[in-house]
Ligand binder design. Structure first.
Ligand SMILES: Nc1ncnc2c1ncn2[C@@H]1O[C@H](COP(=O)(O)OP(=O)(O)O)[C@@H](O)[C@H]1O
Ligand SMILES: [Mg+2]
Length: 224
C-alpha cells in the first residue's frame, strides 16, 4: 500500500486566529518501510498522523491511498479504512488496566463488522510476535511500561493492517525500553508492514528507511 500526501493543509480557527497546523505537506510512504517523522512539540506531527490515518479531514490538499483520494470516500469507507487497514499506537498506550493483555488485543474485533472466528488465535499470535506469549492472561495494569506498549502494538497489528501509525510511541519509556520498541516496529516493517513513527526524538531517525522532519507544519528535510 502507498500513502501519499499532496500539499496537505490543516488550518484551525482558534479565538479568531488561524493556526496552520499543516501548511502544505507532501510526502509518500510505502508498505515494507519504516518512516520516521521528527519535529518539535507543536510542529504538526499528530495532525499529520491523524490526516493519513483517516481520523481528521484536511482543510486543503489530499491524502491518496494507492492513488485514491482517502477523504473523497464516504464515512463508512473511511471508517473501514481506519479499522481494517491502519493500526494505531499512542504514547500513553490506551489500554484497559483491569483487562488482560489478551482482552486488550481483542478490542479491535469488538468493532469489526464480521469478527473472524479465529480472533483469539490471532490475538495469541499477535502477542507472540511482540514477545509477550507469557503475559497473555496478565492484567494490563500490572505490566511494565515497555510491556504495555508491546500489548498496544499487538492490538495495532491483530487485524492485519497495511500500516501502523505510532504517535510518540517511546514518549513514556526510558531510553533502552524505547529503543526496544523502535526495534520491534522496525521488525514489523521488515516483515512487510508500513510503519510511520512520529516523534520529537530525532535519534530515532537513525533506524528509519525514510526520515522526514517537520517544522511549523511543513516538511523541511527529506521531502520526497
Ligand atoms: N484541535 C485543534 N484546535 C486548534 N489548534 C490545534 C488543534 N490541534 C492542534 N492544534 C495546533 O496545531 C499545531 C500542531 O499541533 P500537533 O499536530 O498536535 O503538533 P505535535 O504533535 O507536533 O506536537 C499546534 O500549534 C497546535 O496547538
Ligand atoms: Mg503530538
Amino acid at each position: 500500500m502507498n500513502i501519499s500526501c499532496r500539499e496537505v493543509e490543516k488550518h484551525f480557527s482558534l479565538n479568531g486566529r488561524t493556526v496552520r497546523a499543516l501548511d502544505g505537506v507532501s510526502c509518500a510512504m510505502n508498505s515494507g518501510t519504516l518512516v520516521v517523522i521528527t519535529g518539535r512539540s507543536g510542529s504538526g506531527k499528530t495532525t499529520l498522523l491523524n490526516a493519513i490515518g483517516g481520523l481528521d479531514r484536511p482543510t486543503g490538499g489530499s491524502v491518496l491511498v494507492d492513488g485514491e483520494d482517502l477523504y473523497a470516500r464516504g464515512d463508512r469507507a473511511l471508517s473501514r479504512y481506519r479499522n481494517e487497514r491502519i493500526g494505531f499506537v499512542f504514547q500513553s498506550f490506551h489500554l484497559s488496566p483491569d483487562e488482560t493483555a489478551l482482552e486488550n488485543v481483542l478490542v479491535p474485533f469488538l468493532f469489526a463488522r464480521r469478527p473472524p472466528s479465529d480472533a483469539r488465535t490471532r490475538a495469541h499470535d499477535a502477542l507472540g510476535r511482540v514477545g509477550l506469549a507469557e503475559q497473555i492472561d496478565q492484567p494490563a495494569g500490572t505490566l511494565s511500561a515497555g510491556q504495555k506498549q508491546r500489548v498496544a502494538i499487538a492490538r495495532a497489528i491483530v487485524n492485519r493492517p497495511d500500516f501502523v501509525l505510532a504517535d510518540e510511541p517511546t514518549g513514556n519509556l526510558d531510553e533502552r525500553t524505547g529503543a526496544d520498541i523502535v526495534a520491534l516496529l522496525r521488525g514489523l516493517a521488515e516483515q512487510g508492514l508500513g510503519v510511520v513513527i512520529v516523534t520529537h526524538d530525532s535519534a530515532i531517525s537513525r533506524v528509519a528507511d525514510q526520515a522526514l522532519r517537520i517544522a511549523d507544519g511543513r516538511i523541511v528535510e527529506g521531502e520526497s
